[in-house]
Ligand binder design. Structure first.
Ligand SMILES: Cc1cc2nc3c(=O)[nH]c(=O)nc-3n(C[C@H](O)[C@H](O)[C@H](O)COP(=O)(O)OP(=O)(O)OC[C@H]3O[C@@H](n4cnc5c(N)ncnc54)[C@H](O)[C@@H]3O)c2cc1C
Ligand code: FES
Length: 260
């Protein structure tokens, strides 16, 4: 059983009309958290809501999440005021395999940029060269731009309507990366499922390893309720699959295993 903590909200900073970054003081989570993992945050609804960990600093005891408002739970969480105590379960789930990579390319869309930023920060600490590609609907939807730009060896941004960066989606942005930059790179992508599927195909075509972080509706977050199953190919088979728990067996999976 995972521990639940009473975390103190330190700050709640609005990023744009829909999204905010919430920073909590909780040394246990800040020390244990690894890139790719998530936390389950309490709200007045019975079920906690899952959020990828965006940063964690063992020295200060702080960790942060980015929250986009899509419904009742996220609306309430975005309104939390500093000093509030919040029940948090975590860190949960598995991690991005960044330590073994020679070079990394992070590809994020929408709220996927939050967990990717934690991975990018760790890559910087380990001196692993990293290119970041972030895609958004429009300039009003963008977030973490300065953070990604400052930490990445190269940073590309795309918007669907072209009002910031490359006009198009992340695949249009990826086409601007040279073969020598791709060489030996591992791709890590988080965002809408269709985006991750297309990025995974792009990576396969170039013979590059690719890892994705799947999102499912979740309840317990710890592998007990089976609400969050996803179809993962059986080893050595292209058409046989098994149901895995996104929360406990994932959320990070090798893209070759995912039955989209
Ligand atoms: C592992 C994981 C990591 C996540 N990380 C982040 C993050 O870093 N930042 C962030 O803003 N959000 C993240 N999410 C999504 C977030 O948990 C949901 O948006 C939130 O639970 C919705 O709660 P709600 O009460 O506001 O919406 P609800 O009223 O429950 O739903 C509103 C709408 O959102 C959709 N929705 C709800 N939950 C999910 C989900 N899990 N996946 C896709 N669509 C959903 C519903 O289908 C519905 O259309 C993550 C989800 C998972 C599973
Ligand atoms: S949310 Fe309960 S098993 Fe995954």
């Amino acid at each position: 059983m995972k521990d639940e903590y009473s975390a103190r909200l330190i700050s709640n900073r609005k990023l744009n009309e829909e999204s905010s970054i919430l920073t909590f003081f909780c040394p246990d989570i800040a020390v244990a958290a690894k890139p790719g993992q998530f936390v389950n945050i309490s709200c007045s609804n019975l079920l906690k809501r899952p959020f990828g960990i965006c940063s964690a600093d063992p020295e200060s005891g702080l960790f942060s999440i980015g929250v986009r408002e899509v419904g009742e739970g996220t609306r309430e969480i975005r309104e939390f005021l500093p000093d509030r105590r919040v029940d948090v379960l975590g860190p949960l789930g598995n991690t991005f395999p960044i330590d073994d990579a020679d070079r990394l390319i992070f590809v994020g869309g929408g709220t996927g940029v939050y967990p990717l930023f934690f991975a990018l920060s760790q890559a910087v600490k380990r001196s692993i060269p990293a290119i970041s590609v972030c895609g958004f609907r429009c300039v009003g939807d963008t977030c973490m731009i300065d953070e990604f730009r400052n930490c990445s060896d190269r940073f590309l941004v795309s918007t669907d309507n072209g009002d910031m960066g490359i006009h198009g989606n992340v695949l249009d942005a990826l086409s601007g990366i040279s073969d020598s930059e791709l060489n030996q790179s591992t791709i890590i992508t988080v965002g809408p499922e269709i985006m991750m599927k297309n990025v995974a195909e792009w990576a396969f075509d170039r013979g590059l390893p690719c890892f994705v972080s799947l999102e499912r509706r979740m309840a317990c977050g710890i592998g007990m309720c089976l609400v969050c199953t996803c179809k993962i190919k059986k080893v050595g088979s292209d058409d046989q699959f098994e149901n895995k728990r996104c929360c406990a067996d994932g959320p990070v999976f090798d893209a070759r295993e995912v039955l989209w």
